[in-house]
Design a protein around this ligand. Structure first.
Ligand code: NDP
Ligand SMILES: O=C(O)C1=N[C@H](C(=O)O)C[C@H](O)C1
Length: 268
């Protein structure tokens, strides 16, 4: 049986891609689409906006109007919108797949506190490739230990509003945890001026924004005489969308609790 899905942020870059990915999935069915109340596209056909032709799903301005019809919600919007949608999912016990990035610590805590009322999946990146990279990074960091300097580079399109990317932060956390470091204490977000020599335990982040770059991430482990680089390059948002739809179909059958894409892929 296919899971009945609502997509929030339905007209956004990821929203449209998610609607297309659902149309290609045997395990998911689009039953609702939600957009910002101020959008001129409320009342439009979601399939048509995604370039698929009419599918009869009319875009509404509030998740509350459609939530009873769904098994799971996929939300790729912005932190404030995601928190509001999560509150509605928790009140109705609906599964939620969160793709939004850029939460502050307070927002993260508010989201995580809802895990007892709903099946909640949060991942900064739903592509299979990035989740395999996270696993490889844990292994590399454990083997290489403290002798290698770790730096993380990411590049995205000119419209991205948060930095560093959620994926870069997740990669930093994977490495820091494996090295028994606290990322909040060792992260360096950019360097300028007389910085002094590199502090051994730091994990540096470098951010590039421009053009239509879908998402590039490289983690470098550097020592005297050699360097290892683990790189992921996304060339289509479909890689994220397919993963999120897979997660939503899986989450629809899960008990309340906190999950990420590595649970969905069986990588834990
Ligand atoms: N986890 C993953 O695999 C991936 C995560 N992302 C993340 O997903 C998020 C969305 O990315 P993207 O699709 O490129 O962004 P877009 O800006 O294209 O889309 C976001 C959508 O959410 C809507 N939205 C924003 N704020 C609100 C609000 N307060 N209430 C209701 N609707 C709102 C926007 O409407 P409006 O334009 O009217 O504000 C828009 O339709 C980002 O955080 C991004 O980092 C992206 C790709 C992959
Ligand atoms: O905003 C984007 O586009 C992306 N955001 C996610 C992130 O912040 O890591 C995932 C992906 O890299 C694309």
């Amino acid at each position: 049986m296919s899971a009945k899905i609502a997509v929030t942020g339905a007209v956004g870059r990821m929203g449209r891609m998610l609607i297309e990915a659902i149309s290609q999935s045997a395990n998911a069915e689009l039953v609702a689409a939600v957009e910002h109340p101020s959008s001129s596209l409320i009342g439009s056909d979601a399939g048509e906006l995604a370039g698929l032709g009419k599918n009869g799903v009319i875009i509404v301005d509030d998740l509350g109007k459609v939530i009873e019809q769904v098994d799971a919600v996929i939300d790729f919007t912005a932190p404030v919108a995601t928190l509001e949608n999560a509150r509605q999912c928790s009140e109705h016990g609906k599964a939620l797949v969160v793709g939004t990035t850029g939460f502050d610590n307070e927002q993260k805590a508010q989201l995580q506190a809802m895990q007892n009322q709903m099946a909640l999946c949060i991942a900064a990146n739903y592509s299979t490739g990035v989740n395999v990279c996270l696993k490889l990074l844990e292994q590399a960091a454990k083997i290489l230990g403290d002798e290698y300097d770790v730096e993380i580079y990411e590049a995205h399109h000119r419209h991205k509003v948060d930095a560093p990317s959620g994926t870069a932060l997740a990669m930093g956390e994977a490495v820091a945890d494996s090295l028994n470091r606290d990322l909040d204490k060792v992260a360096v977000y950019g360097r300028e001026g007389q910085t002094g020599a590199r502090d051994r335990d730091t994990i540096g982040f470098a951010t590039v924004r421009g053009g239509d770059v879908v998402g590039d991430h490289t983690v470098m482990f550097m020592a005297d005489g050699e360097r290892i680089e683990i790189t992921h390059k996304a060339s289509s948002r479909m890689a994220f969308a397919r993963g999120a739809v897979r997660a939503a179909a899986w989450m629809a059958g899960q008990p309340a609790g906190f999950y990420d894409m590595r649970d969905v892929l069986g990588l834990k």
